[in-house]
Design a protein around this ligand. Structure first.
Ligand SMILES: C[S@@+](CC[C@H](N)C(=O)[O-])C[C@H]1O[C@@H](n2cnc3c(N)ncnc32)[C@H](O)[C@@H]1O
Length: 179
C-alpha cells in the first residue's frame, strides 16, 4: 500500500510500478558474499524488499545503511527496522552518501535508483559517490528496466557484468559493477 501511495504522489522519484520480485532480488543479491561481516549501502530501498531479503542472510555484525528520500518510505523503513541494530536509515539522497563514510569502506552498494528519470549531473554525482566509498574489490549493483544509463555506468565503473530477469514487472537488467 505504501508503495502505491508513493508511486501516485512521486512517480519521477519512485520510478517503478510495483516492488521488485523475488527473482530480481535474487539476481541482485547473488553477486554478494554474505558469509562474512560486511557493510552494505542501499540506495532507494522503497518499502524494503531487498533489505528484508538481505536481513535474512547477512551475519549479526553486518550492517545495512539505507539512503531514501520518499517520506512515506522513510517512515515505513524506520518503523520496520527499529528493533534491528544492523539497519540505519539516512533520510537524504544517495548523492549525499559520500559525506557519511570513509573512502573505500563499503563492501557492496545495492541500488534501485531510477537513473533513467534523473538528470545526467545527478546520475554522475551518485555514481561518483558510490565509487568513492566502495572498497577496491567492492561491487556496485544496480537494476534498470532498460539499459539507458549504460554509458554513464561504464564511464565510472570500467568492469560491468549484466544479468537479466523476465520474471519481474517489468522485466529488468542488473548491472554488477567493479572499479
Ligand atoms: C524503484 S524504487 C525501489 C524500491 C525497492 N528497492 C524495490 O526494488 O522494490 C526507487 C526508490 O528510489 C528512491 N529514490 C529516488 N531518488 C533517490 C535519491 N536521490 N536518493 C535515495 N533514494 C532515492 C525512491 O524514493 C524509491 O523508493
Amino acid at each position: 500500500m505504501t508503495f502505491l501511495k508513493s508511486v501516485f504522489s512521486n512517480y519521477r522519484t519512485v520510478g517503478a510500478i510495483s516492488p521488485s520480485s523475488r527473482f530480481l532480488y535474487k539476481k541482485m543479491i547473488s553477486p554478494m558474499d554474505l558469509a562474512h561481516d560486511i557493510h552494505i549501502v542501499e540506495f532507494g530501498a522503497g518499502s524494503g524488499t531487498f533489505t528484508d531479503a538481505l536481513l535474512k542472510r547477512i551475519t549479526p555484525d553486518s550492517q545495512i545503511s539505507i539512503f531514501e528520500i520518499d517520506p512515506l518510505f522513510i517512515k515505513k523503513l524506520q518503523l520496520k527496522y527499529k528493533g534491528d541494530d544492523r539497519v540505519v536509515v539516512y533520510s537524504v539522497g544517495a548523492e549525499e552518501s559520500v559525506k557519511f563514510f570513509e573512502p573505500e569502506s563499503i563492501d557492496y552498494i545495492l541500488s534501485s535508483l531510477p537513473f533513467g528519470l534523473m538528470g545526467e549531473p545527478l546520475v554522475f554525482r551518485i555514481l561518483g559517490s558510490a565509487k568513492h566509498i566502495l572498497k577496491e574489490h567492492g561491487k556496485f549493483i544496480q537494476f534498470q528496466y532498460f539499459l539507458q544509463n549504460k554509458k554513464h555506468i561504464h564511464h565510472i565503473f570500467p568492469q560491468v557484468k549484466y544479468k537479466f530477469t523476465l520474471l519481474n514487472l517489468p522485466p529488468a537488467f542488473v548491472y554488477v559493477c567493479k572499479k
